[in-house]
Write a protein that binds this ligand. Sequence first.
Ligand code: NI
Length: 239
Amino acid sequence: MLLRIHQVLTTDELAQVRELVLGADWADGRLTAGSQSGAVKNNQQVPEDLPAAQQARHLVSVALARHPMFVTGALPRSVYPPLFNRYSGAANHFGDHIDNAVRTHAATARHVRTDISCTLFLSDPASYDGGELVVQDTYGEQRIKFDAGDLVMYPGTSVHRVEPVTRGERLACFFWVESMVRHDAQRRLLYDMDMAITALRRKELQTAAADTASGPGESPEVVRLTGCYHNLLRMWATV
Ligand code: NI
């Protein structure tokens, strides 16, 4: 499932994160690559132990935790601390690769299985040319270039690349999620069900406002469907 999450960062947070990251000392992006991806990776990253990276990471982590769509779509069990990259000038692309299956956070020695890959866009798409994230999924290639502050999540199993940036610079935050629900197909079912139940409940609440004899949006059907959601989650979740 490829999912767009709008406005993960507010305008203020986006400005703060950009300022922190732009003022940092950048390093070669190959630092965190595996051997196959290192051969096709040509970008820059902020070393994760820098204070600016820590502050920016904190801002993003707080924003993610409060965003209901992120929680609904990812069902996060563990989030790899967000990293920051830049594509510009000669260091401007990242060829086809699949992300490493397990990332080990150096500072904590914590392992995160990369069920979901995430990119949070930090540059106005009009400010650079190229730089599309191209993800190969079941329905073919998806070319992704979202507004600054928006996030895309896609299965960690996907082959993907970042096209060369030919003008300006593309700043982004990227990280991985180990989900409580390991398999993409199961997460997708839960997500669709959650969205449908939410819409149904909203519809019932509107009807209830017009007809005071009705219940407050908690019809027996909504209760049963909500129960089905939780029972599927209980069957599939690892916590
Ligand atoms: Ni990647």
